[in-house]
Write a protein that binds this ligand. Structure first.
Ligand code: NAD
Ligand code: IPM
Ligand code: MN
Length: 357
C-alpha cells in the first residue's frame, strides 16, 4: 500500500535539506520498491507568512493522517520578538501528535574522528542515544508569565510521563549495551526528585539493564571527558535539548545529527499517531540560501523513518552505508571542513545508492 509522508520543509536551510532528503528517499525507493507519496505542507515561519500561524489546521490534519512526518527546520531572526513564532508550531505539533519520546543517536564516523575538538582516542567508537522527553517539563508547564519586570516558567512532570519515557529508555537499552544513564538535577529540583524515584521504580522491571544516575551539570562534563561510557541517556525535555546539542560536537557537526520522535503505540491510550523525523539542528539562518548546508542530518532522518516507521531496515542500512561512504571519501560540506555544496553531497549519496546492485 502507498505510504503517505507529510513533509514540513519550514524555514532557512529547511527547504534546501528537505530537497536533499527527498532525493535520497526517491533513490532508495527505486532500489527497494518502497511505495510512497509526498504531501508537502506549510509550517513554521513559512506558514506564519501566509496563514498567520505556524501550524495551520490543514497542516496538522494532514500530519495526523500521515504514515510518517518529515520535518526539516523552522525559525528565523525576523520572528525573534514576534508574538507568534515558528517555534510554537514545532512544540504544538509534538504535543498534538503526542510525541513524548525523542530519540537522538550519536555515532562518530571513523573518517571524522579527527574533526572532533576532543582527542581521537576519546571519540573513536562513540555510540550512544539520548532519549529526550519531548512533551512535558518546562516547555509546556503553566503558568507562563512574561511581564516587564517579572517572568515565570513552570516545570511540571507527572509520574506517568516519567514512567513512559523511562520504560522507553530501558526497552531501547535492551536492544543495545544494556546501560541507562538517567540525568536529572535531583539535588535541587522537586521534578527531578520525582524523576529519580520513578526511574528507580521502572528499573525494577529491567534487572538485566544497568542503571546509573547523573546530575545534569556533571553529565555535561562527562560528555566531554568520557563520552564512551554512555549507551542510553534518558532525561527531561530541557536537559535533553541542551545535552544533545553539546553531544553534536563529538561527531563534528550539528549537521550530522538526525532524530525520531515517537508517541504511544497504536491501540494504547492516545496512540496511533505517526512518528516524526527531523534533524536536531535549526534553520541555520547564517548559511541559509548559500547551498552549503550539510544535508546528512536530514538524510539520516529519512533513514530512521524507513527503519522505524516502515520496518524497512534494509533501506535504512543502505542510506547509512551511503552516507558513511561519502564521508569516508571526503566529500564534505564546510561545517566539516570541506568545500562541497549541499547538492554535491546529496548527489554523491544518490550516486552510491544507484551504483548498488
Ligand atoms: P541552528 O541549529 O540553526 O544553528 C547553529 C549553528 O550550527 C549555526 O552556525 C549553523 O550554521 C550551524 N548548522 C546547523 N545546522 C547545520 C547544517 N545542517 N549544516 C551546516 N551547519 C549547520 O541553531 P540557532 O542558530 O541557535 O537557531 C536558528 C533558528 O533555528 C532559531 O529560530 C531556532 O529557534 C531554530 N531551531 C529550530 C530547530 C528545529 O527546527 N527543530 C532546532 C533548533 C533551533
Ligand atoms: C530542538 C529545538 C527546539 C527545542 C526549539 C526550536 C523549540 O531546539 O528541536 O532541539 O528546543 O526543542
Ligand atoms: Mn535544540
Amino acid at each position: 500500500m502507498t505510504k503517505k509522508i507529510v513533509t514540513l520543509a519550514g524555514d532557512g536551510i529547511g527547504p534546501e535539506i528537505m530537497d536533499a532528503g527527498l532525493k535520497v528517499l526517491e533513490a532508495v525507493a527505486k532500489k527497494t520498491g518502497f511505495d510512497y507519496e509526498i504531501d508537502a505542507q506549510p509550517f513554521g515561519g513559512a506558514a506564519i507568512d501566509v496563514f498567520g500561524e505556524p501550524l495551520p489546521a490543514k497542516t496538522l490534519n494532514a500530519a495526523k493522517n500521515a504514515d510518517a512526518v518529515l520535518l526539516a527546520a523552522i525559525g528565523a531572526p525576523k520572528y525573534e520578538n514576534a508574538k507568534i513564532r515558528p517555534e510554537q508550531g514545532l512544540l504544538a505539533i509534538r504535543k498534538e501528535l503526542g510525541l513524548f519520546a525523542n530519540i537522538r543517536p550519536i555515532r562518530v564516523h571513523p573518517a571524522l574522528s579527527h574533526l572532533s575538538p576532543l582527542k581521537v582516542d576519546k571519540v573513536k567508537g562513540i555510540d550512544f542515544v539520548i532519549v529526550r522527553e519531548l512533551t512535558g517539563g518546562i516547555y509546556f508547564g503553566e503558568p507562563r508569565v512574561l511581564e516587564a519586570e517579572h517572568a515565570v516558567d513552570t516545570n511540571v512532570y507527572s509520574a506517568d510521563e516519567i514512567r513512559r519515557i523511562a520504560t522507553y529508555a530501558f526497552e531501547l537499552a535492551r536492544t543495545r549495551r544494556r546501560k541507562v544513564t538517567s540525568v536529572d538535577k535531583q539535588n535541587v529540583l522537586a521534578t527531578s526528585k520525582l524523576w529519580r524515584n520513578v526511574v528507580e521504580d521502572v528499573h525494577k522491571n529491567y534487572p538485566d539493564v544497568t542503571l546509573e544516575h547523573q546530575l545534569v551539570d556533571s553529565c555535561a562534563m562527562i560528555l566531554i571527558t568520557d563520552p564512551k561510557r554512555f549507551d542510553v541517556i534518558v532525561t527531561e525535555n530541557l536537559f535533553g535539548d541542551i545535552l544533545s546539542d553539546e553531544a553534536s560536537v563529538l561527531p563534528g557537526s550539528l549537521g550530522l545529527m538526525p532524530s525520531a520522535s515517537h508517541g504511544a503505540r497504536k491501540g494504547s491510550a492516545g496512540g496511533g499517531n505517526p512518528s516524526l523525523y527531523e534533524p536536531i539542528h535549526g534553520s541555520a539562518p547564517d548559511i541559509a540560501g548559500k547551498g552549503i548546508a550539510n544535508p546528512l542530518a536530514m538524510i539520516l532522518s529519512v533513514a530512521m523513518m524507513l527503519g522505524q516507521s516502515f520496518g524497512d531496515l534494509t533501506a535504512q542500512k543502505l542510506i547509512e552505508s551511503a552516507t558513511d561512504s561519502v564521508l569516508t571519501s571526503g566529500i564534505l560540506t564546510p561545517d566539516l571542513g570541506g568545500n562541497a555544496s549541499t547538492e554535491e553531497v546529496t548527489g554523491a549519496v544518490v550516486q552510491w545508492l544507484m551504483s548498488k546492485e
